[in-house]
Design a protein around this ligand. Sequence first.
Ligand code: MF3
Ligand code: CO
Ligand code: CO
Length: 254
Amino acid sequence: MSITIKTDAEIKKMRIAGKLAAEVLEFIAPYVVPGVTTNKLNQLCHDYIIDVQNAIPAPLNYHNFPKSICTSVNYTICHGIPNEKKLKKGDIINIDITVIKDEYHGDTSKMFYVGEVTPYAKRLCVITQECLMLGIEQVKPGCTLGDIGYAIQKHAESNRYSVVQEFCGHGIGKKFHEEPQVLHYGKPGEGATLKAGMIITIEPMINIGKRHMKVLKDGWTAITKDRSLSAQWEHTILVTPTGYEVLTLRQEEI
Ligand code: MF3
Ligand code: CO
Ligand code: CO
């Protein structure tokens, strides 16, 4: 069990990869409208990553994943596969982008509203983003993974939502998924202790209904068992000597 500490040279590359991943989410935003297919969003992101960023879309062929991005609509929790179905007004969609630049990974996702969405759906997306930020705010040397999970779980459950337990955040660097597993639930003080130079993702998946999920026959698409709406937000985070640095920050977050 070992969590790697990145060198200054590696951190520089991770900053670049993180920024590129964030820029893909900014690039795709205007295209997320009623009538567009998730295949079209996939193709636009794929071409942007390859032709404009000179980078690699990490999901493509990762453990046989067939596309370059994940698109998870409404009751899909994560790992939705882009397809020919059109988005419709009122949908909520998570777009998850991972790019590889100069051998290092940047991983980030956010929720988009398709046209106007109900206050019920909006509230889920907002609270889930708050869960991510509360988790991130825990990060500093000496903090434990349990501190992060607890902050997320407490906020979700105090809003009567549930936390998906089958998927987690992760260490990230030259490899897409490194140690440790970053659970989005837990108890303060439990689990591994963070040190400066570690890089992890935090990516809570929060359901309006029960936490349980199932994976569709395609082997990837994870949906809520009760078909309640699910939301997810993700950032890649560097542990600094005094706290944290979000490597995948978008302009809208500054
Ligand atoms: N981007 C996802 C994560 O946050 C992983 C997607 S794996 C894929 O860890 F193969 F579906 F792309
Ligand atoms: Co991730
Ligand atoms: Co991701």
